[in-house]
Ligand binder design. Structure first.
Ligand code: PRP
Ligand code: MN
Ligand code: MG
Length: 184
């Protein structure tokens, strides 16, 4: 249950089965909440790619699907500086928008994206995230409506989440074993 990603050791934290169960439940909620509204799902790349794919397979209401790209991390902590944004190409005016994230950490990324989204005058905006770290939040996200798991403030990889670009392809989510107690 331990793996290495880059120069760090990680231990199994959330298994794919649990992710899948939680994702199905969120999908069910979305199907109820968005019936007849033809929402637009927007995944935040890169981290959301697997969650987005699995979540959208559970969504049965007519909807549109798109992605935006924002990156703010280097290493294991948020740098607080947005490095890249590849714009919102969809016309969101009057639309019901659901932003999909793998993780809400400080909230900085979403705060930045939400500002851009509101400029387009959508009918509603909500956030759906697989993971949420309540103890790390610096910019509370009022729009956060659908959360897979609330987790402690520990660095995690897998299922879309990376450590210096690695580990996104892991099926399960792992948490870092701090260097000083890694005695393997
Ligand atoms: C990660 C994660 C979220 C964001 C959360 O993305 O996927 O988008 O950080 O952190 P925050 O709440 O402190 O802003 P990252 O910037 O690492 O880019 P990536 O998705 O390409 O890994
Ligand atoms: Mn991301
Ligand atoms: Mg990242």
């Amino acid at each position: 249950n331990k793996i290495e990603v880059g120069d760090k050791q990680f231990e199994l934290f959330i298994e794919n089965d649990s992710i899948a169960k939680r994702t199905r439940l969120i999908g069910t909620e979305l199907n109820v909440d968005y019936e007849g509204l033809c929402p637009v799902f927007i995944g935040v790349l890169n981290g959301s790619f697997l969650f987005m794919a699995d979540l959208l397979k559970e969504v049965e209401v007519p909807c549109e699907v798109g992605f935006i790209r924002v990156a703010s991390y280097a290493g294991t902590s948020s740098t607080g500086a947005i490095k890249e944004v590849f714009g919102i190409s969809e016309d969101l005016k009057g639309r019901h928008v659901i932003l999909v994230e793998d993780i809400v950490d400080t909230g900085f990324t979403l705060k930045f994206i939400l500002e851009k989204v509101y400029l387009q005058e959508p009918a509603s905006v909500r956030v759906c995230t697989l993971l949420y770290k309540p103890d790390a939040i610096l910019h509370p996200i009022e729009e956060l409506e659908y959360t897979g798991f609330e987790i402690p403030n520990e660095f995690v990889v897998g299922y879309g989440l990376d450590y210096n670009g690695l580990g996104r392809n892991l099926k399960d989510i792992y948490r870092v074993i701090p260097d000083n107690i890694s005695l393997t």
